[in-house]
Design a protein around this ligand. Structure first.
Ligand SMILES: Cc1cc2nc3c(=O)[nH]c(=O)nc-3n(C[C@H](O)[C@H](O)[C@H](O)COP(=O)(O)O)c2cc1C
Length: 400
């Protein structure tokens, strides 16, 4: 996303293996016309040299709170006033803990307390450190102080573990900040559906699919960061979303339709990312079906309503983004669905590829409108979600 205005960015680096990524991050901001200054904790200097960061940023690195020469040039209060945006990347568990207690005995702590800038935090740590209740309580308290967390992402870690704790990639951090600062969807009401639906056969059995809900949740988060008022209608998934998003949990396709139909009345944009079951059992047995030793079991299915198609026909002036998961002739099927379902955008992904799609944290997608075809290279679902929300927000109707 292009930069709308240059800002003063204070990039703070703390003691994590991921500190090597801060060099790329700084370059990304500079390339896009921002002014950048670097603050490093003592531990950070063990992971990447201040000399490297000085050479990249073109400014000497701020390191000490009690430093006479720094106080003459740019002391902690000046630095706090200079920054339009403060980004801590990577942010260690230790720094998260210190900030949550409001400590001011090092330069980073003092600047954060003295600044009125928007603060972004990109955590990086071992997955168990991140999941630890102590860290999570600290994160919660910083979120209450309006600090915005970017990541951490899931994946392989330097210690060999695999889970949430990796610092998000520099491009994702950069794009999230741009999106959050530009707030192109301010005042827009967006509905996002996510996850699978469950169609009960009897009280203990159901028909469902492999959708994890990750793409839909990432879209809801991106839309919310872009200033939109987001309602997320979620099928049964084990994901969490931020407090700014209104979440409505549903089970069946019929429930998802009923909630969508109610909410669309006041909405501007509908993003149908849920993998809604196409069929549901005609009869839902009240009691568990007993196993018969002699007979096969036949279940008759009825067709479910196509939620997005039905809503787009009822509200042709609202904006609709639909998704299609295909295993063959992806482009051809997507273009047909775009027209048949009355959509403004259709996002096609090939779920036959094992390393992307349903349960993966990555995807590779093609976006079709009536006039255009854009291919988005394999990337994290978070980054793809930001790119999709950018496309939506730049669509003519929404630029004021
Ligand atoms: C090799 C090594 C890697 C480390 N990586 C991390 C990390 O990724 N995240 C983290 O929270 N702490 C990590 N630590 C521990 C921090 O460096 C330590 O808690 C330090 O006190 C953080 O200080 P700071 O937040 O002031 O920079 C690591 C320590 C070592 C020795």
């Amino acid at each position: 996303m292009e930069n709308t205005q240059s800002s003063n960015i204070l990039l703070c680096i703390t003691g994590s293996i991921a500190a090597y990524k801060s060099a790329d991050l700084a370059r990304l901001f500079i390339k896009n016309g921002h002014n950048i200054r670097i603050l490093m904790t003592d531990s950070a200097c063990e992971f990447i040299t201040p000399l490297t960061m000085q050479a990249i940023s073109g400014n000497s690195v701020h390191r000490n709170l009690l430093d006479e020469s720094a106080e003459q040039a740019m002391g902690h209060i000046e630095l706090a006033k200079w920054a339009d945006i403060i980004l801590i990347a990577p942010c260690s568990a230790e720094t998260i803990s210190r900030l949550s207690s409001g400590r001011a005995d090092d330069l980073l702590g003092a600047v954060i307390l003295a600044s009125k800038a928007q603060i972004y935090i990109a955590p990086a740590m071992n997955m168990n450190m991140w999941a630890n209740i102590a860290t999570q309580n600290n994160v919660e308290s910083l979120r209450h102080r309006a600090m915005i967390f970017i990541g951490p992402s899931k994946g392989e870690q330097a210690c060999g573990d695999n889970g949430y704790g990796r610092m998000s990639e520099p491009e994702e951090i950069y794009e999230t900040i741009q999106m959050s600062e530009n707030k192109l969807l301010n005042g827009k009401k967006i509905i996002v559906t996510a996850g699978p639906t469950r169609e009960q056969i009897d009280p203990v059995r159901f028909i469902s699919n492999n959708s994890s809900g990750k793409m839909g949740f990432a879209l809801a988060e991106a839309a919310s960061k872009s200033g939109a008022d987001v309602t997320l209608i979620a099928g049964p998934v084990s994901l969490e979303c931020s407090d700014q998003i209104l979440r409505i949990d549903v089970n069946t396709a019929a429930e998802m339709y009923s909630e969508s139909k109610k909410l669309i009345v006041d909405a501007d944009i509908f993003i149908g990312c849920a993998a809604v079951a196409d069929y549901s059992p005609i009869i839902q047995n009240q009691n568990k079906i007993k196993k018969s030793s002699s007979k096969d079991l036949q279940i008759s299915l009825k067709k479910n309503i196509d939620i997005i198609s039905s809503l787009s026909k009822e509200y042709p002036h609202k904006k609709f983004m639909g998704f299609c998961a295909e295993t063959e002739n992806v482009e051809e099927h997507a273009k047909i669905k775009l027209v048949e379902k009355g959509l403004d955008f259709i996002v096609a992904n090939d779920v036959s590829k094992k390393d992307i799609g349903f349960d993966s944290d990555f995807n590779e997608i093609s976006v079709f409108t009536k006039e255009s075809h854009t291919h988005l290279q394999k990337a994290s679902k978070n980054l793809l979600a930001i790119q999709l929300i950018n496309m939506l927000s730049k669509d003519n109707q929404f630029i004021h």
